[in-house]
Design a protein around this ligand. Structure first.
Ligand code: ATP
Length: 316
């Protein structure tokens, strides 16, 4: 529930359709500590929002169908559920429950973030659905209230609502904005088969012998972002989950080596993987890295995206 919110009569906006875009993310830094009693790993992470954009269109339902939440994929994908387990549907349901709105909604979802790739595509869909339904239903929750609902839906949901570049503490859901100058040119190498985030964390626990708290964000990384220094940022990229992801998927080491030999300043596992994030010095080199990855046969695809970009926002 929204903290401190007084009970309000259900409202209904006057819009018939709202379109919202939300970004995928890359983790520039990720340090994980030992799990607490709740089973969650305490994290220090730096998120950056990348121009791989999820689009959720929320449509008012015909009067005779009112009250349900439905979801349709713009392009069919058997790996994405369309039932109540879809994160966008869960987000709409949580907003409806919190505000008492019983209108229902038809959601149309267009995905551009690789599924189960460690780039929080599902979380971006949830963030987009919150913003879209909040406008469609006229519920007018504040950004802070939406952020609270986002954290209930999942640790990675507040960030796509926020966008840009930010430090995440706790489970990654407590955000502090970080100044980042300039534009960064990323290439994302995708895998045909996803990696399960819990499985990567289990392997991380097995491979990490010493109990420790998560590390702080290195000063070199914040300085690189503040100065817009791509080479210094490349040198400061770090992911504690990389050894676990490489252990579960040894071929990813070849993808990293290939991206770096094709001109990337650094390539690392993105989040819990299996997507590899390669940072290029300029757009021309990014194109060369993408071509080399596509030609190698080692990856399912290579997606170029610049960053940082804004968080979930209405575009129509
Ligand atoms: P994270 O980095 O937050 O752990 P991810 O980017 O690795 O997530 P997602 O693409 O969000 O992974 O999806 C992971 C799984 O969640 C999918 O395999 C799918 O079964 C389920 N899922 C639920 N809702 C969605 C959604 N809207 N889009 C994609 N997958 C979803």
């Amino acid at each position: 529930a929204v903290p401190g919110a007084a009970p309000q009569p259900p409202r209904s906006g006057s819009l018939t359709q709202v379109r919202v875009e939300a970004p995928g993310k890359v983790n520039l830094f990720l340090s994980a500590g030992v799990p607490g009693p709740d089973g969650y790993h305490p994290l220090t992470t730096v998120f950056q929002a990348v121009r791989l954009i999820e689009t959720v269109t929320a449509r008012r339902q015909a009067a005779d169908l009112r009250g349900t939440i439905t979801l349709t994929l713009a392009e069919p994908d058997p790996t994405v559920p369309t039932d109540a387990t879809n994160l966008a549907v869960r987000a709409a349901a949580l907003l409806a429950e919190t505000t008492g709105v019983g209108d229902g909604v038809d959601l149309l979802l267009r995905k551009r973030v690789p599924v189960a790739g460690g780039m929080a595509g599902g979380s971006a869909d949830a963030a987009a659905a919150l913003v879209a339904c909040n406008a469609l239903w006229g519920t007018a929750l504040t950004q802070a209230e939406l952020s609270g609902l986002a954290a209930e839906l999942g640790a990675d949901v507040p960030f796509p609502l926020h966008g840009a570049t930010a430090v995440g503490h706790g489970r990654g859901d407590r955000l502090t904005p970080l100044l980042a100058r300039g534009t960064y040119h990323w290439v994302f190498a995708t895998s045909a088969q996803g990696l399960s985030t819990p499985a990567v964390f289990r392997r991380f626990d097995e491979l990490t012998p010493v109990a420790a708290a998560p590390a702080d964000v290195p000063a070199a990384l914040t300085a690189a972002l503040r100065d817009g220094d791509t080479a210094a940022l490349a040198a400061a990229l770090h992911n504690d989950l990389q050894p676990a992801a490489l252990d579960l998927r040894p071929q990813l080491a070849e993808v990293i080596a290939l991206a770096e030999s094709a001109g990337a300043l650094r390539a690392i596992v993105s989040g819990s993987g299996p997507t590899i994030a390669a940072l290029a010095p300029d757009p021309t080199t990014a194109a060369a890295v993408a071509n080399a990855l596509n030609a190698s046969g080692l990856v399912a695809g290579a997606l170029r995206a610049d960053a940082p970009i804004a968080g979930a926002r209405m575009v129509g």
